[in-house]
Ligand binder design. Structure first.
Ligand SMILES: NC(=O)c1ccc[n+]([C@@H]2O[C@H](COP(=O)([O-])OP(=O)(O)OC[C@H]3O[C@@H](n4cnc5c(N)ncnc54)[C@H](O)[C@@H]3O)[C@@H](O)[C@H]2O)c1
Length: 376
């Protein structure tokens, strides 16, 4: 197992999978003191070379094409898993069995039983997992969550998200795994799972029932390009979800809204531009906008770093994981978040498949490949 007790030496990192998202990881690592990228791994060495050339300061980092060899030789403190989703389980398991903490991209795994195994392994070993659930690391969301949890806005009634993250055929044909039930899933599993995670986290309760429909509208893929679902949470609140890649690719929008007895908040991104609207009702009945209050509070508590995370949330994820390994606290998007979001998402798929509501957490295993043939 990697020795993390000597805090004066950097935490070593091996990144596995040198594709699209990996560049965000390298940029984050390059900006943080106390992390040292020791090696990158890809079955395609050209991808590894391209990645190392794309971010300053990594020209001499070692390249492997076999993740097991890299983990065995380097014994890193952190393994970053940025391979296609269908490979997350085997690599995450191997890395933890060899003593590494994880920065694990979403979704944690493609089946409920695999996600449970990874979660339980982290509990058993004490190794930390920070999930690539970027939305939890955006400025202000953590502060709002605390206030909702402390009852500042009264009872949570409902929440909504839409993730309209259009991707054309060029995106889907750029890698054979994209849009397949085995390795990726569709718009819900890939583009929406971390947004569902944020909504449920903000609403402060666990999902107990899912009802859903999925559709294939315009993209030529195996899985869904459009999904809609309603969750009932244990606290009685309802959450409404829309996730799609069937919209115009140049107009990416994602929005989260939470409604409470005495307040409501909406935040999101519209073609890269953030927007925020937080309102409360004062005891005299007047409505007050709280944007300025939260912006100042975040600056006071998190400094400029918290706003830099808006541009690259992976910066916040690496810093959080680093702090967690050193202090022993759990990361903000921890192993449980990884497990629970996979369980919810697969519950949504199961409900769509069976045409009826399903209870959560799922009692039996469900795997994304159980959806094979759904649209045939
Ligand atoms: N959190 C986020 O914001 C975010 C954004 C994009 C992607 N992701 C997730 O990151 C993961 C990767 O997505 P991507 O778009 O970067 O994919 P990608 O296809 O661009 O890159 C994957 C890379 O993994 C490599 N690879 C495949 N099998 C391997 C193996 N056995 N060993 C080593 N390398 C291997 C491929 O050659 C490729 O270079 C997915 O799980 C995706 O859901 C997360």
């Amino acid at each position: 197992m990697a020795d993390n007790t000597n805090q004066s030496s950097p935490l070593t990192v091996v990144l596995i999978g040198c594709g699209r998202v990996a560049e965000k990881h390298l940029k984050a690592i390059s900006k943080l003191k106390g992390l040292e990228l020791k090696a990158v791994v890809d079955v395609n060495p050209e991808s590894a070379k391209r990645l190392l050339g794309s971010v300053k300061g990594f020209a001499n980092v070692k390249i492997y094409n076999d993740y097991k060899l890299a983990i065995e030789e380097i014994k890193p403190s952190i393994v970053s898993v940025t391979v296609p989703s269908g490979l997350h389980f085997q690599i995450a398991k191997y890395a933890m069995e060899n003593g590494s903490n994880l920065l694990l991209e979403k979704p944690m795994t493609m089946s409920v039983s695999e996600a449970r195994e990874i979660f339980e392994l982290s509990q058993k070993t004490g190794l930390k997992i920070a999930m690539g659930h970027i939305y939890r690391y955006l400025p202000i969301v953590g502060l709002v969550r605390e206030d909702i949890a402390e009852g500042k806005y009264g009872k949570v009634t409902h929440g909504t998200i839409y993730v309209r993250w259009g991707h054309g055929e060029d995106y889907y044909s750029s890698a054979a795994w994209r849009g397949t039930w085995k390795s990726d899933g569709g718009a819900l599993m890939n583009q929406t799972i971390h947004a569902i995670d944020l909504l449920v986290w903000l609403m402060g309760s666990e999902p107990e029932q899912a009802s859903a429909m999925i559709a294939q509208r315009v993209r030529n893929i195996e899985a869904e390009d459009l999904g809609m679902a309603v969750l009932r949470l244990e606290n009685g609140a309802l959450a409404q979800i829309e996730g799609t890649t069937a919209t115009i690719p140049s107009k990416h929008t994602a929005e989260f809204s939470v409604f409470c007895e005495n307040g409501q908040l909406s935040m999101g991104l519209d073609s890269g531009k953030p927007h925020l609207n937080i309102f409360t009702v004062k005891p005299n009945g007047k409505t007050k906008k709280l944007n300025g209050y939260y912006i100042r509070k975040q600056l006071k508590e998190g400094g400029l770093f918290s706003y830099k995370c808006a541009l690259n949330p992976h910066l916040g994820i690496y810093k959080d994981l680093q702090d967690s390994i050193i202090s022993g606290k759990d990361p903000i998007a921890d192993a449980y978040a990884g497990f629970s979001s996979v369980d919810t998402l697969l519950g949504i798929y199961k409900s769509a498949k069976e045409g009826k509501p399903v209870s959560l957490p799922l009692e039996d295993d469900f795997n994304s490949v159980d959806m094979t043939g759904f649209f045939n």
